[in-house]
Design a protein around this ligand. Sequence first.
Ligand SMILES: [Fe+2]
Length: 305
Amino acid sequence: MTLHRLSSFTYSVPNVAEVISYYTEFGLTDNGDSSLATVDGGTQLYVEQGPYRRISAIRLGADDPDDLGRIASSLAALGVDSAVAADRLVTTEPIMKLRVEIVVEQRTAQPAAARAPFNAPGRVERTNSRAAGILRNGQVKPRRLGHVALVSGESESSLTFFADGLGFKISDFAGDKSSAFMRCSADHHNVAVFSGPVSFPHHSSWQVDDIDDIGRGAEDLLTANADRRGWGFGRHYAGSNFFWYLKDPAGTFSEYYADMDQITDDDLWTPEVCEGKAGFYKWGPVPENFMPPGDIADLIAAQNT
Ligand SMILES: [Fe+2]
């Protein structure tokens, strides 16, 4: 695979200070220059001023400068311009007006999370001590950025851009194949594109060690402000990951996730068309105002003025 990670994204919002404060509470580290970092991934979120919430740019990591020329040719075949310098390619996804920067950079090396002993029927791993998860007290700190989920006003064109232009692999489709979960690494998805009336960001998703850290992180955020309630706790079908979504102060959901499917051999994975509840999640009832989100009328109005 030529690409190897979703490195970062730029989030454009009307309320920069509030959003930075929220993501600091979410567990990212504030660099003090409107950017925030994860434990393993480095700086992965840039916040900038804008009239309404949108993801204005993403950065992807590539292994080799040769990859950039190949991607430029694929984009040109779709009629999409790009500029290639020594170690980077810059282009714009035409529907969402999303700047995409592909940078030759090293892969993220993640230290292995501690394996907590887990008791199950007939399999006793922990005796005479309490579970590690309930003994943790520090703030949950996301290990790295996992994916962004984007709603596109013309999702088929956006899917073509990512799959045929940039070389993302389709892991699963959703609905009538107008939406898809796509990967540029072993993660089941690094970018998801859904169909909608206008383009807007649905959520960003951040990897934590396990379900205890999902629960602890969400508990802290909701205790401080119950209006942040999004969707969770639950387990997705597409990607298999455990999830809990909290709403940030600009209206985009932020997801803690753990235990996502890892696809290391394309021949051993068969994409499915995930439809309805069974395709979207295995358990954990979805609330109202999640998809579409509660501010959809405002987003449509903002983009039509
Ligand atoms: Fe997600």
